[in-house]
Design a protein around this ligand. Structure first.
Ligand code: ADE
Ligand code: ZN
Length: 351
């Protein structure tokens, strides 16, 4: 345990700071209460009798043990209204945490395999995001391919989604790669990422969450990603760390997720501070907040407390969130200025 708790004024300064969230799976924002509500509305049978029983099952041992429950939870999503309700709930939580900009993942294959068209998924999410935009939360959407499925499925999904990239160019700006990492290296998805790249889309991939540094190299050299999701195992390879820092390749780190999925035994063991000290552009994010016990501010506070990060390090993390985002230079400059104003106006951080 850290020697000192965060000073309340420092915690408040972080919580109230404008920030970007760059790694949030919208299906991972489904709270148990909403899962039960949607199951009832849609007549979907769940393997759990109550909200409490479902929540009690959130005792994960690794990534796969989480994914099994995450996909079961997503099975209640059927209609455009369901996707709207889920996204609306997330945007409320994000606004409460002073998120000014969010780049949100969704997993279309989880829904299309149950007969839900991609257009329905995106229409519901988009309606909630457009509303949130009027309340000060800008956002982008990133379509993720499920890596435990064959690349042919990803290629078919990309083809099916092409009209949506054309219909929502302001929102749907990239593709990503998620789900079970071990045994499913980025190399498996070289062709579909080449197609997305040719279409001018932004590219990201989960790599180095449970998988080895070799997967991070593959994501960079074969998929040509703009950012790495997680990447916490990069610390095992000093040459890789130097490259990430040198090329300013951002990592979207999710500390509470790493703790819940046993990537680290304790938050004090997390590699975030070491990566930050090496000059890597680390950001803090929530991943699947309904499952991992906290939204983005909870992730900042847990990390900053456990790793005893100071005022300057906290500011760097917040700045990195805007630096690494896929917004325009003018939007970035405006958000960085807002952050600077907030940081200078607040009391100096103590911990
Ligand atoms: N899908 C949702 N959350 C994920 C995670 N942390 N890693 C891989 N796939 C995911
Ligand atoms: Zn993730």
């Amino acid at each position: 345990m850290p020697a000192t708790a965060l000073h309340p004024s420092f915690a408040s300064k972080i919580s109230h700071a404008p920030k970007a969230e760059l790694h949030i799976h919208i299906e991972g924002s489904l709270e148990p209460e909403l899962i039960f509500q949607l199951a009832q509305r849609n007549g979907v049978k769940l393997a759990y009798d109550s909200v409490e029983a479902l929540r009690a099952a959130y005792a994960f041992t690794d990534l796969q043990s989480f994914l099994d429950i995450y996909y079961a939870g997503a099975s209640v999503l059927l209609t455009e209204q369901d996707f709207y309700d889920m996204t609306r709930a997330y945007t409320e939580r994000a606004l409460a945490d002073c998120v000014a900009h969010a780049e949100i993942f969704f997993d279309p294959q989880t829904h299309t395999e149950r007969g839900v068209p991609i257009a329905t998924v995106v229409a519901g999410i988009e309606r909630a995001l457009a509303e949130a935009q009027t309340r000060g939360l800008s956002s982008k959407l990133i379509l993720c391919f499920l890596r435990h499925l064959p690349e042919e499925d990803a290629l078919a999904t990309f083809e099916a989604a092409r009209p949506l990239f054309a219909q929502y160019p302001h929102r749907l700006i990239g593709v990503g790669l998620d789900s079970s990492e071990a045994g499913h290296p980025p190399a498996k998805f070289e062709r579909v990422f080449a197609q997305a790249r040719a279409a001018g889309l932004k590219l990201v991939a989960h790599a180095g969450e449970e998988g080895p540094p070799a997967y991070i190299y593959e994501a960079l050299d074969l998929l040509h990603v703009d950012r790495i999701d997680h990447g916490v195992r990069s610390l095992e390879d000093p040459a890789l760390v130097a490259r990430l820092a040198q090329e300013r390749i951002a990592l979207t780190v999710c500390p509470l997720s790493n703790l819940k999925l046993r990537v680290f035994d304790d938050m004090t063991q997390h590699t975030l501070k070491a990566l930050l000290d090496e000059g890597v552009a680390v950001t803090v994010n929530s991943d699947d907040p309904a499952y991992f016990g906290g939204y983005v501010n909870a992730n900042y506070l847990a990390t900053i407390e456990a790793l005893e990060l100071d005022d300057a390090a906290a500011y760097t993390l917040l700045r990195n969130s805007f630096e690494a985002s896929f917004i325009t230079p003018a939007e970035r400059a405006a958000l960085l200025a807002r952050l600077e104003q907030h940081w200078l106006a607040a009391l100096p951080g103590e911990h």
